[in-house]
Write a new protein. Structure first.
Length: 194
């Protein structure tokens, strides 16, 4: 809690130094609707070049895992808490349930508790397809290792623009992995991600 308050204060006083790292610069963070403002869902919007903080009430509970993506004009497309994917209407996206299969999923009602366990990136050379990279923890009862890195493919051209998961939970890497910590950096060419 102290870290969140520190980050909010830091961002409020250093908005000239803060640059968003996501598509359209919209970040959703927080705990969930059950906590209420200012501890529920916090939306940090960098679209204008300055930080604008607002609070939202979403049905999805977010713990440590969260990822979201917007279109080029800043409209939210979809988001996830590591358990399921929600569309822009805040409903479960078509085929967006039961991502990152593991027994760990069923133990916490408020979202996956693994930091940085999901990442959304645009599909190369496409304006409507997105990759969701995701993982969880697998070695019960210790829960300190991930055994799989998954991908799921989302198409925003279906369901009237609300999107659908075309295929999900595809294993791209099977090994003993440190849980979470999925990150990417945009290549200097402005197109690729690494």
């Amino acid at each position: 809690m102290k870290r969140i308050i520190f980050l909010l204060i830091y961002f409020c006083f250093n908005t000239g130094l803060v640059k968003g790292q996501g598509i359209s610069n919209l970040w959703q963070v927080g705990y969930g609707s059950y906590w209420g403002a200012p501890y529920g869902h916090t939306v940090m919007n960098f679209q204008s070049g300055n930080l604008v903080i607002s609070f939202d009430s979403l049905e999805m509970d977010i713990n440590r895992t969260s990822a979201n993506i917007s279109d080029n004009t800043g409209n939210l497309l979809f988001y996830t808490n590591g358990y399921y994917i929600a569309d822009a209407s805040n409903d479960t996206m078509s085929n967006g349930d039961n991502i990152s299969p593991t027994t760990f999923i069923n133990q916490f009602a408020y979202g996956l508790t693994v930091p940085q366990a999901c990442l959304i990136l645009p599909f190369p050379d496409s304006s409507n397809l997105y990759w969701l990279f995701h993982s969880t923890v697998d070695n019960a009862p210790f829960y300190n290792r991930a055994h799989y890195l998954y991908t799921s493919l989302i198409d925003m051209n279906v369901n009237g623009g609300l999107g659908a998961v075309l295929n999900k939970n595809n294993v791209v890497l099977q090994d003993t992995l440190n849980p979470g910590k999925i990150t990417a950096c945009k290549h200097a060419n402005g197109v690729d991600w690494g």
